[in-house]
Design a protein around this ligand. Structure first.
Ligand SMILES: Nc1ncnc2c1ncn2[C@@H]1O[C@H](COP(=O)(O)OP(=O)(O)OP(=O)(O)O)[C@@H](O)[C@H]1O
Ligand SMILES: [Mg+2]
Length: 303
């Protein structure tokens, strides 16, 4: 299958700031492709270069077989974009926004069903400034889908939303893909990537430092696992230090964290039983994408 997006050795500087230093990636039809990285990593600049809003300093970009610099109008008719900085005048009504955006495209889908789909049918007369955060996001998604695009770019779609609204928005992203569209999802939330992305490029300081499926990235971490539990009745850490595979035991108040390798949960549970210690909420914590970032950079993604 030909990739929908092909980016090779992309570079873009703003003065002395190398916003994008060397980014290469391909996006396949029908996938949700994640781009994740800390603030200032170059995610938005990468996307703006891909959609033709920025002229790259070097490298090549191809989207749907087009060079975005050469054919911006033609490309614009086939992609949908929700920009990180998107905003509308507070007084603009929902229907007016759709009307305005529709004028940008050669071809649009009717907006009534679009508003139904995204739960905004009752809000068509409402002013932008009076919409909730989640409703604003859904309006931006509706606007991004107005031209029935083949690829949809969503830049920090859930930033500023409460946890419930974030989850609801994840369902919307899945719904977009179920319509057969390709989604490029830019975020600095690793949990969002784990929940949604088929593949992810982790970007740091303008470079791709890892690119794979989230499970593969986690599997490549030859990391130790951690077992957590609480013991209300006090506990001797030495009991666990001798257990096979255990490399560290940390205790904070009643919270115990055991770090190690192998079948750690089984070994720890057996040792506790042997010493008649009844742990509360004994559980294993698997490595996740946050740990991948930490392992690759030595820093947490959010500092
Ligand atoms: N228009 C601009 N002019 C000058 N510098 C810019 C401009 N846009 C971005 N930068 C700088 O380029 C770097 C990358 O910014 P970019 O917005 O691409 O990062 P990002 O990964 O999207 O970050 P965030 O998670 O905060 O959205 C940053 O150092 C930023 O300050
Ligand atoms: Mg950004």
């Amino acid at each position: 299958m030909n990739p929908i997006i092909e980016v090779r050795n992309l570079r873009k500087a703003y003065g002395r700031t190398k916003a994008v230093d060397d980014v290469s990636l391909t996006v396949q039809p029908g996938e949700i492709f994640g781009i994740v990285g800390p603030n200032g990593a170059g995610k938005t600049t990468t996307i703006e270069s891909i959609i033709g809003l920025r002229q790259p300093d070097g490298g090549s970009v191809s989207v749907l077989g087009m060079n975005p610099q050469a054919e911006p109008k033609k490309l614009g008719n086939r992609i949908g974009v929700q920009l990180q900085e998107a905003a509308l005048p507070d007084r603009m009504k929902v229907w007016e926004a759709l009307d305005l955006y529709a004028s940008f495209y050669e071809r649009t889908v009717p907006w009534e069903p679009l508003l139904e789909t995204w739960g905004l049918a009752e809000k068509r007369q409402a002013q932008f400034g009076n919409l909730s955060g989640g409703q604003k996001q859904r309006l931006f998604i509706s606007l991004a889908l107005l031209n029935d695009p083949e690829v949809v770019f969503l830049d920090e779609l859930t930033t500023g939303l409460d946890p419930q609204a974030r989850r609801a928005t994840w369902d919307l992203v899945r719904a977009i893909r179920e319509q057969g569209k390709t989604v490029v999802l830019i975020t600095h939330f690793m949990d969002e990537i784990e929940a949604l992305a088929d593949r992810v490029a982790i970007i740091d300081h303008g470079r791709v430092i890892a690119l794979d499926t989230p499970p593969n990235l986690v599997a490549q971490l030859q990391s130790e696992t951690q077992v957590h539990f609480t013991t209300p009745n006090g506990f001797e850490a030495d009991v666990l230090r001798a257990v096979a595979g255990v490399t560290a035991v940390n205790q904070q108040n009643q919270q115990v964290t055991v770090t190690g390798r192998g079948p750690l949960l089984a070994n720890v549970a057996a040792a506790l039983a042997q010493h008649n210690i009844a742990p509360h909420d004994l559980r294993v914590q698997q490595a996740n994408l946050e740990d991948v970032f930490l392992a690759l950079t030595g820093r947490a993604i959010r500092n």
